[in-house]
Ligand binder design. Structure first.
Ligand code: ZN
Length: 266
């Protein structure tokens, strides 16, 4: 086994992964939006695990109160751009991973250009406005979206493939509302450090499984866990008939079919 593959032999030893699965990871790409408590462990495990190309996006700098949970950064990084600090740490761990950092915030103007370059997106952001935007463009561009959020002692994770007929998108679950736009962010509220580690790491696992096409997809499911009670729950998610995003996709598809039919007649 070559030294490149030797690095991943504990992956290759898993029967469901094997050499074929590892090669899929190495040929795959992922984009992480938000390099905070969720993004740091997700990026570390994806880069170390052999994902071929990893994009990561954040426009923030490291502050002292980040260090309790944002494990890629240390005291020397305070005041430094998060993506620049993350690149240094990730490059040391995973020299063969092509790292693409973007010191920027996702906006309606850049979302299509950024997201279209990757196989899959991990939403590790901390606010609903970004979450809605990521979801909208992932549905439009048909990119699997691995989404997690954390609060105090607990968190939740799901994978969304909202362009599929029977699979919900993020907005099916959380219809847009003024109230949600004002909901607390973890920068403003308490969070137990390891809870971000648990969920960011689960996002990396879900992303790897999607890239390799193995395991039971979390698409159509939400997994919740509390590090206070240690209860975990996996619940079914439904597509919402009145979801703006899913319906806009459906209408576009209908138009396409109608136009196609018209072309056929002509
Ligand atoms: Zn939807």
């Amino acid at each position: 086994m070559g030294s490149k593959l030797q690095r991943f032999e504990r992956h290759i030893d898993i029967p469901e992964v094997g050499l074929e699965g590892q090669k899929k990871l190495m040929a795959g790409s992922s984009l992480i939006i938000g390099m905070g408590g969720l993004g740091c462990p997700a990026a570390l495990y994806l880069a170390a695990g052999g994902v071929g190309r990893l994009g990561f996006m954040d426009d923030d700098t490291v502050s002292l109160s980040n260090l309790q949970r944002q494990v890629l950064y240390d005291d020397n990084d305070v005041g430094v751009s998060k993506v620049a600090a993350a690149r240094r740490k990730l490059a040391a761990h995973a020299p063969d991973c092509l790292l693409e950092e973007q010191n920027a915030r996702l906006t309606p103007e850049n979302a299509a250009a950024v997201i279209s370059r990757y196989d899959l997106v991990l939403d590790c952001s901390d606010n609903f406005n970004t979450r809605y935007l990521v979801n909208e463009f992932c549905v439009r561009l048909k990119k699997p979206l691995v989404s997690a959020s954390v609060y105090h002692h607990e968190g939740q994770i799901s994978t969304f493939r909202g362009w599929e007929d029977d699979k919900p998108c993020y907005q099916c679950l959380y219809p847009k509302s003024e109230k949600l736009a004002l909901a607390p962010q973890c920068t403003e509220d308490g969070i137990l450090g390891p809870v971000t580690g648990i969920f960011g790491t689960m996002q990396a696992a879900a992303a790897m499984n999607e890239l390799m096409g193995i395991g039971d997809s979390l698409s159509g499911w939400m997994l919740m866990f509390s590090a206070f009670t240690y209860d975990s729950q996996k619940v079914r998610l439904q597509k919402r008939a009145t979801c703006d995003i899913c319906n806009s996709m459906k209408n576009n598809a209908d138009n396409y079919v109608n136009n196609g039919a018209k072309c056929g007649i002509n």
